[in-house]
Ligand binder design. Structure first.
Ligand SMILES: [Zn+2]
Length: 81
């Protein structure tokens, strides 16, 4: 009987199509969030060691700081050893 063969072929096709769809979704989900953290590099404060986004960092004499207060010489917070 040909009907049985057609049904088996249809079941196999649906299974393959379903697996391809699931794999495609997983791949897209895994790739999407990876771009966001790389978009802005983090720099370390020369005084307290806190990591801040490069655009928010304060640069003085080639060194990077997290805030204006830490960029000033002799600021309130002493440098950590
Ligand atoms: Zn700091």
């Amino acid at each position: 009987m040909h009907l049985r063969l057609i049904l088996v072929a249809l079941a196999v096709w649906l299974l393959v199509a379903g697996i391809r769809t699931l794999r495609g979704r997983k791949r897209r989900r895994a790739e999407a969030p990876r771009r966001l953290p790389d978009s802005e590099p983090m720099v370390r404060c020369a005084r307290c060691g806190t990591f801040v986004p490069e655009s928010r960092a304060v640069r003085v004499h080639g060194r990077t700081y997290c805030t204006e207060a830490h960029a000033r010489p002799g600021a309130d917070t002493p440098p950590r050893a």
